[in-house]
Design a protein around this ligand. Structure first.
Ligand code: NDP
Length: 316
């Protein structure tokens, strides 16, 4: 097989992509993983306490273990972004940001989700100058400072708990009056003496000079402000699937529709993990989905005829 031709190419190296690589290589399929980072969103999580087999592990350590396991059985890795995917005859052609072209007989899309922006004045301007999207990565820059975390899900709670150990004061702004995240995480945040929870707070503006120095929010129709040096935006994620839209079906959230076996509407093209229309976005689920996609790709490459495509026509 020529150097740039693979049996399987996996796009994404989070829990789904790395697990898929462990499974395809264990079936002796020549596998390349192309990803812009290692570990995806899971690697940005400070503490994972709900991945079976680990009482407590950092996302980075867990993903490093997945990666080592995938390389042990021979998965190859290229850390770059895939810019296009086309199918010509029986082969997929993938072009990357490094101007490389790769071909494969099967592709597994596992490229996860992208952090959502607030879209308020000042957010873009102060990106990297006080506005951050990853507490694990940027948190240490705010030692002894006052910061705000925005969001009401597990990401925001995880970030607030992590930052409470670094920053002198953490404001946690939730636009609702209840949190969506797990009760156990919420309790930890409530137990942190330097975290102040602000409910029903809609972020209005990020203000600063060279760097962020203020956050303006609206509460009960009144504008309020807090002095902060860092703002961590933890408000969920978006599916950036436009570049594969001609090969797959998308739902209203632009997630890739899959069958129970991770099949998409294009033969040989599979998808797994957070980028798909599965209900729960959890590392352990993504890992399971990645293994399913890999086994289904193996079946496809064996020439199995019994891959049944679901009927995705609109419901009447
Ligand atoms: P979620 O979608 O769960 O939550 C997003 C939060 O951001 C909601 O509170 C939402 O508010 C709020 N939000 C959305 N848009 C805005 C906005 N413009 N302004 C202010 N607030 C906004 O995303 P998460 O990233 O928290 O979690 C994603 C998945 O990852 C979840 O399944 C979660 O369980 C998982 N995860 C697990 C972790 C763990 O187990 N340790 C850690 C981190 C994530 P509203 O409710 O009003 O829409």
């Amino acid at each position: 097989m020529s150097e740039n031709i693979y049996e399987v190419i996996i796009v994404g190296a989070g829990p789904a992509g790395l697990t898929a690589a462990i499974y395809t290589t264990r079936r002796a399929l020549k596998t390349l993983v192309i990803s812009k980072d290692l570990g995806g969103q899971a690697a940005l999580t400070n503490n994972i306490e709900n991945y079976p087999g680990f009482n407590k592990v950092t996302g980075q350590d867990l993903m490093q273990k997945f990666y080592e396991q995938a390389t042990l059985t021979g998965a190859e890795f290229d850390f770059t972004e895939v810019e296009s995917l086309e199918k010509e005859g029986d082969l997929f052609i993938l072009k990357t940001a490094k101007n490389q072209s790769f071909q494969s007989k099967a592709v597994i899309l596992a490229f996860g989700l992208t952090p959502r922006n607030l879209n308020v004045p000042g957010e873009k301007e102060f990106g990297g100058k006080g506005v951050a999207y990853c507490a694990t990565c940027d948190g240490p820059l705010y030692k002894g400072k006052t910061v705000a975390v925005i969001g009401g899900g597990n990401s925001a709670l995880d970030a607030a708990e992590f930052l409470s150990k670094i920053a002198s004061k953490v404001y946690l702004l939730n636009r609702k009056d209840i949190f969506r995240g797990e009760e156990i995480l919420l309790q930890k945040v409530k137990d942190s003496a330097n975290v102040e929870l602000i409910y029903n707070a809609e972020t209005k503006e990020v203000v600063g000079d060279i760097k962020v120095n203020k956050l303006v929010y609206t509460q009960a129709n009144t504008d309020k402000e807090i002095a902060v040096e860092g703002i961590f935006v933890e408000i969920g994620h978006l599916a950036k699937t436009g570049w594969v839209a001609n090969l797959v079906e998308l739902n209203e959230r632009k997630e890739i529709k899959i069958s129970v076996d991770c099949v998409t509407r294009t033969p040989g093209l599979f998808a797994a993990g957070d980028i798909t229309d599965i209900s729960y976005k959890q590392a352990v689920i993504s890992a399971g989905e990645g293994s399913k996609a890999a086994l289904q790709a193996y079946k496809f490459l064996q020439g199995s005829e019994n891959i049944v495509l679901p009927d995705w026509s609109p419901k009447k």
